[in-house]
Design a protein around this ligand. Structure first.
Ligand SMILES: C[S@@+](CC[C@H](N)C(=O)[O-])C[C@H]1O[C@@H](n2cnc3c(N)ncnc32)[C@H](O)[C@@H]1O
Ligand SMILES: [Zn+2]
Length: 275
């Protein structure tokens, strides 16, 4: 039975490589607080002082570590400001990301990520190919890109540099302004390798349709982190983590469910399609 709780991890990684953290219910690592705590590493005995900035970094990295084993084409469902998408962009095994949200505000975050990624690719390529540069003036003007304050100028500039990008990596990420309920309509069968989400499933109204669509569209895996708080008014469905697991098992997914003691009422589901 899933156990709701109010605890989040507050910690850091010790220089010996161990995770060092306490579970506490006073402060969230994303809050702006002065809270600091000394924690002793159980492995090497070193004492670590953990302030908000370290705790936030630790907490974020802990979340993201659950999303590292994805590849190919990936949907970031309910991408918000791109917390997962930013991480996926760094993963070379991920070739294409569709960042989906029904809130148009998310578009600007994803556009910024896309731009930064295009510039990174262009920079890498230019650094690698500097001696083969066909047009030196393009390369010189690259140094100027940060002065281009306007997003569309910067996009145009990135595009220009990308004419030489043989990796064809332009637009590794695409924002789709759409509702979760249209997943099955917007993607062809097995078009996507993985679907990832964090704190989104509780906003799904029609869960039967959702599982049907995921089953249709996704060929390899689901990585889903979320919380379950039965009394919370924001929950649009009341499926418990165990029930979500059952829904996937019934559709031939092999499912691992982990209750997260370090993430307020949190759970993680890793489901892989049985071939
Ligand atoms: C709590 S935020 C999580 C954002 C992001 N996944 C993260 O890890 O930071 C939930 C997101 O789901 C989006 N969302 C909620 N209901 C949705 C729906 N029906 N269709 C598409 N997106 C939805 C919201 O707009 C919001 O950006
Ligand atoms: Zn240590």
């Amino acid at each position: 039975m899933f156990k709701e709780h109010n605890y989040v991890a507050w910690g850091d990684i010790c220089s010996c490589g161990s995770e060092v953290y306490v579970l506490q219910n006073k402060y969230h690592p994303w809050e702006d607080v002065d809270f600091k705590i000394k924690i002793k590493c159980r492995n090497c005995g070193k004492s670590l002082e953990v302030d908000k900035s370290k705790a936030e970094n630790f907490y974020n990295r802990k979340i993201l570590s659950y999303f590292k084993d994805v590849e190919g084409t990936v949907i970031d469902l309910g991408c918000g400001s791109g917390f997962l998408s930013e991480y996926l962009l760094e993963n070379n095994n991920v070739k294409k990301i569709y960042a989906i949200d029904n809130d148009i505000e998310s578009k600007k975050f994803i556009d910024e990520l896309n731009l930064a990624n295009r510039l990174n690719c262009a920079n890498e390529l230019n650094c690698r190919d500097i001696s083969n540069c066909e047009d030196k003036s393009d390369f010189d003007s690259r140094l100027d890109w940060k002065n281009k304050s306007n997003l569309s100028d910067r996009c145009n500039f990135a595009d220009k540099l990308h004419l030489r990008d043989k990796s064809n990596n332009k637009d590794k990420i695409t924002f789709l302004h759409m509702d979760i309920c249209d997943l099955g309509k917007c993607f062809e069968n097995k078009k996507v390798d993985y679907i990832v989400s964090r704190d989104v499933f509780m906003f799904v109204d029609d869960t039967e349709r959702y599982f049907q669509d995921v089953n249709k569209v996704v060929s390899k895996g689901v990585r889903q982190m979320g919380w379950y708080i039965g009394e919370n008014k924001r929950m649009r469905n009341k499926l418990t983590p165990e029930e979500i697991k059952e829904k996937l098992i019934n559709r031939d997914w092999k499912v691992y469910l982990e209750d997260l003691d370090w993430y307020k009422s949190g759970y993680f589901i890793r489901a892989d399609k049985m071939q």
